[in-house]
Design a protein around this ligand. Structure first.
Ligand SMILES: Nc1ncnc2c1ncn2[C@@H]1O[C@H](COP(=O)(O)OP(=O)(O)OP(=O)(O)O)[C@@H](O)[C@H]1O
Ligand SMILES: [Mg+2]
Length: 295
């Protein structure tokens, strides 16, 4: 088994609205699109489409949304043995977009934040070569975050970690227990700044006290990678951007694919930029993720 993800499983509901309503106001839905989402889940689907054997640690409700997410993972070839189905609501991101393209987001973490350590099948998880972590909201319950901290202590393989803006805002001290056990740390430039107050190069260097490789995503500037011995600035592909949702997750899939195939770090960075470039030319986080047999 290759890669197991551990993060939120969300249904992304994208509402096109006449106006984004303020308190006491009413406006109208013009269109609704529903996508399976969650940062780490997007990365895992990308890796599965590239032909790797994948699994996921997550939690959904016994509702229509939960069934939709589990079915979708199965369809993508992701093993759902450790996707827990329980009483309660499935996580959901309601995105309201008006005609000007302005957005308001209501995030319902629901069951995502409630994953207890005893709900993780450790023997199963340890069959994977790599564990990829993304963030949990932790607003009302930090069980899942606590379980991530315990799991990285005992996981036998490689750990990769994309903190996203949520964990970056927690600050370095709070997420240090995860970073300390991370081999491949994958923040974006803004998250490096939030966590260290440093620019992307000095910030990446700083994390090398704990991590083997630091990969900083830099939007249209591509990425920066260092392992302390070698550093690479890899420019992004020049493509027509349609929707950057999930660009970072797609990048992670490309990079980790190269990493597990034993490629050099520069090659991994190019693969990350490439898969991200395919993602941003289509609407939605997963639409542009390629299938290996169609590459
Ligand atoms: N405008 C762009 N042109 C070309 N490539 C891009 C562009 N924007 C993003 N990318 C590619 O996507 C990768 C990830 O994007 P970004 O640095 O924005 O990550 P992120 O902020 O973590 O994204 P996300 O919002 O999905 O979490 C970049 O490293 C780059 O390869
Ligand atoms: Mg990101």
């Amino acid at each position: 088994m290759d890669v197991i993800g551990f993060g939120a499983l969300n249904v992304d509901k994208i509402y096109l609205v006449s106006e984004i309503p303020k308190a006491e106001e009413e406006s109208y839905v013009l269109d609704l699109k529903v996508y399976p989402g969650g940062s780490s889940a997007n990365t895992i689907v990308g890796l599965s489409r590239l032909g790797l054997k994948t699994g996921f640690i997550g939690k959904v409700g016994k509702d229509e949304e939960g069934a939709f997410l589990v079915e979708d993972l199965k369809k993508e070839g992701v093993d759902t043995h450790n996707v827990i189905v329980s009483d309660g609501r499935t996580g959901c991101a309601m995105v309201f977009v008006d005609k000007k393209g302005e957005r308001a987001i209501l995030l319902d973490p629901a069951l995502n934040d409630t994953i207890g350590f005893d709900e993780i099948d450790l023997d199963y998880v340890n069959k994977f070569k790599l564990l990829h972590l993304s963030s949990f909201v932790c607003k009302f319950n930090d069980s899942s975050f606590e379980s991530q901290k315990k799991l990285v202590e005992i996981f036998n393989g490689v750990v990769s970690f994309d903190p996203g803006s949520i964990y970056a805002k927690f600050g370095l001290e709070k997420i240090k227990p995860l970073i300390k056990h991370t081999d491949v740390f994958m923040p974006n430039e803004g998250e490096v700044k939030l966590l260290t107050g440093l620019d992307y190069k000095d910030g990446a260097e700083f994390f090398l006290q704990w991590c083997e490789v630091v990969v900083v995503k830099r939007g249209d500037k591509g990425c920066y990678i260092t392992d302390g011995k070698n550093s690479y600035e890899i420019p992004a592909y020049n493509v027509k951007v349609v929707d950057t949702t999930g660009a970072g997750d797609a990048f992670n899939a490309g990079f980790l694919y190269g990493y597990l195939k034993g490629k050099g770090l520069d090659e991994c960075g190019k693969l990350g930029n490439y898969i991200a470039s395919l993602c941003i030319q289509k609407v939605g986080a997963r639409t542009g993720l390629p299938f290996i047999n169609r590459l």
